[in-house]
Design a protein around this ligand. Structure first.
Ligand SMILES: Cc1cc2nc3c(=O)[nH]c(=O)nc-3n(C[C@H](O)[C@H](O)[C@H](O)COP(=O)(O)OP(=O)(O)OC[C@H]3O[C@@H](n4cnc5c(N)ncnc54)[C@H](O)[C@@H]3O)c2cc1C
Ligand code: SF4
Ligand code: SF4
Length: 608
């Protein structure tokens, strides 16, 4: 099949691109701004493929300044979008450790003691210190709180309502089509295969979609963006060593909760000092809440699910959550290298937008507004080229898109934020000071820190727990868990002093129940596995097996002969295994042993 423009992924970046493009492909008198090269007489034919089973099945509870979104929809009324509300109250709280299991450095323990001693004079409540003010660079006033899923469904309706572009969910794109170094379109995923990708009954090879322009907005772990990076590399000096796993819930708050829609709470300090938390209140007594487990948290058993539950149980949050009920749950990683992780933004026949193009601002933790803005900038450039009758060559895209991007606020703010998190490589306190310095000086001052890929920074389990759990005991726990087919993290956290979670069947439920009740994960039959261990020999030798412990969906388990087993039916497509694997790829140390390919299924919820 041939179209003029083929698009990969329907996240906010593509929302921005298609919103601007779809409104401008036809002039007011009904004539096209340029004629399609594949359907003469018609406007350019544009088709967008989304991997997930429906639009808006991604994960992200969002507070956003929404500058670029409001520029696209100047009359935007949040009441039109389910779960959207204007930001009303913003608070940041430092959570102290109420149970004594958190792994805190000596300076942090001393700071905690000082805070407790002076709590009568401080804004201290429920074992937490409310910061007296929200630094200006973190404020989202005038912004919006919304559910990304609901917002993207609303955007999808607007875009398709224009009648000039098509968006197809449930259609994963398997790979770019190359003609030399030109991207000539995409190939969709094969259907009717076994787990290894070999044809079985009903086999349908993935269709080739030829296009003059391929727009790639497939997010932080998109298979198409990564294949482009493998082929073209990253620009000199750029790397993608920083990421975070975001795990979240959408809940019905209890009737006793007294939080106004538009309330935004951010926390740090607990359950481990490196873990950040968020809670956004939507209309109808609904809240999105969750944690980010960042790449600089060196625990090789970084299980987000259990940490999420301990975080909810902190008295500062539990005062609002007790009696609440889970509506949905999910996880997704964030590419947090920001401007430093930027790939080549354009080449012959293709352009990159959104988080996979390095747009996320690592100082403000803002990704949606920036992703949307990069999409609109590309659309403006594409419209300019279409009107001028110029082809989508690297040179033309550099001028029309990359030039616009370099002159935009996304670039200016992304550059200023570049070093915001470097200090975290040396500890939480230096990290927070570094963020403050960058935020208050517009990036002129920062805390230095050396960023490393996981295989060069992650300690072994024995090293991490040195002085706390003897190596012989770790070996015994590892053998016991392996025999039961269980990840090791639960046993290690119990042993490190974390209490058992008091399951209540409503909000505090087991990880398996969260997958069934909250994640609603589905994996249609007939597709190949998308998580592949590319060098099984390395996996056998691997001591941490962090892919098992970090797996958000318990989809990776101890397998026979030391090679982990992958169960597609539990995979939530978060990408944590790809980022967390502690061993380098055998031929490319910038990649890991996990290959994360395009695949079908995943979370089934448009609330996240
Ligand atoms: C838990 C969590 C909380 C967050 N909170 C905030 C917040 O409060 N504020 C904020 O501004 N940002 C937040 N973010 C970040 C924000 O969600 C991202 O920066 C933003 O979604 C990036 O948009 P994008 O369009 O580039 O990519 P994505 O939103 O990742 O969209 C990419 C799309 O491409 C699809 N795709 C991938 N591969 C393929 C393929 N092969 N074929 C077809 N489709 C494919 C995916 O399914 C997805 O729908 C949060 C993220 C998480 C995980
Ligand atoms: S995928 Fe990576 S972390 Fe998992 S066992 Fe293999 S080498 Fe270890
Ligand atoms: S296997 Fe799936 S659920 Fe598990 S970490 Fe990888 S992407 Fe996430």
């Amino acid at each position: 099949m041939a179209v003029d423009i083929v698009c990969v992924g329907f996240g906010p970046a593509m929302g921005g691109f298609l919103t601007t493009l779809s409104r401008n492909l036809v002039k007011e008198d009904g004539t096209p701004i340029a004629e399609s090269t594949v359907a003469p007489g018609l406007p350019p034919q544009v088709i967008c493929y989304e991997r997930a089973d429906d639009l808006g099945f991604g994960v992200s509870g969002v507070v956003t300044p929404a500058r670029s979104i409001k520029a696209s929809f100047p009359q935007l009324d949040p009441a039109q979008i389910p779960m959207a509300a204007p930001v009303r109250h913003e608070k940041i709280a430092y959570l102290l450790d109420p149970i004594g299991a958190s792994r805190r450095s000596l300076p942090l323990r001393m700071a905690d003691r000082l805070i407790r001693a002076g709590r009568w004079a401080l804004p201290f409540e429920h074992q937490a210190l409310n910061l007296p003010w929200v630094p200006p660079f973190l404020r989202k006033h005038d912004g919006l709180v919304f559910s990304m899923g609901q917002f993207m469904q609303w955007v999808g309706a607007q875009v398709m309502g224009a009648g000039t572009v098509q968006v197809w969910p449930s259609t994963p794109v398997a790979r770019p089509l190359f003609e030399g170094d030109r991207v000539a379109g995409v190939r969709l995923i094969d259907q009717g295969t076994d787990k290894k990708g070999s044809p079985v009954d009903g086999f349908m090879p993935g269709m080739d979609i030829h296009a003059a322009l391929t727009v790639v907005g497939d997010g932080p772990v998109g298979a198409i963006g990564r294949q482009l990076d493998e082929r073209f590399g990253l620009p000199e000096g750029n790397h993608q060593y920083d990421w975070a796993v975001g795990m979240k819930l959408v809940i019905d708050l209890p009737p006793t909760a007294n939080l106004e829609p538009g309330t935004v709470l951010h926390t740090f300090g607990y359950p481990e000092p490196e873990i950040f938390g968020f809670m956004y209140v939507h209309p109808g007594r609904i809240a999105s809440l969750g944690i980010f487990v960042p790449s600089w948290f060196d625990n090789p058993v970084r299980t987000a699910y259990r940490y999420l539950q301990h975080w909810m149980l902190h008295p500062y949050l539990w005062q609002h959550l007790e009696g609440g009920t889970l509506r949905s749950w999910g996880a997704k990683t964030l590419q947090e290298s920001g401007r430093r992780g930027e790939p080549y933004l354009a080449g012959d026949g293709y352009a990159r937008i959104g988080e996979g193009s390095g747009s996320t601002n690592v100082l403000t933790g803002s990704g949606v507004d920036e992703a949307w803005a990069t999409g609109t900038l590309l659309a403006e450039g594409v419209l300019e080229l279409l009107q001028a009758g110029k082809p989508f060559t690297k040179e033309n895209l550099e001028q029309a898109y990359v030039g616009r991007r370099r002159g935009s606020w996304v670039e200016r703010e992304g550059r200023a934020a570049e070093k915001a998190r470097d200090g975290f490589q040396r500890g939480v306190i230096t990290g927070l000071i570094g963020m403050g310095l960058v935020g208050l000086t517009g990036g002129k001052l920062s805390m230095p820190g050396k960023l490393l890929p996981p295989h060069r920074r992650l300690p072994t389990i024995e090293e991490y727990y040195r002085g706390k759990i003897p190596p012989a005991e770790i070996t015994r726990l590892r053998e016991e868990c392996s025999a039961k087919g269980l990840p090791l993290h639960g046993a290690l956290m119990d042993r490190a002093g974390w209490p058992a979670i008091p399951y209540d069947g409503r909000l505090l439920i087991s990880h398996q129940d969260a997958l069934l009740m909250g994640g609603k994960v589905q994996a249609p039959a007939g597709y190949a596995d998308h998580v592949i261990f590319v060098d099984e020999g390395t996996c056998v030798q691997c001591g941490t097996k962090i892919c098992i412990d970090a797996c958000s969906g318990q989809a990776i388990t101890p397998g026979p002969d030391g090679v982990p087993a992958f169960d597609r039916e539990k995979c939530v497509y978060c990408g944590a295994c790809l980022w967390n694997c502690s061993r380098p790829h055998p031929t490319d140390p910038e990649r890991s042993v996990v290959d994360f390919r395009a695949g079908a299924g995943g979370l089934h919820s448009a609330e996240n």
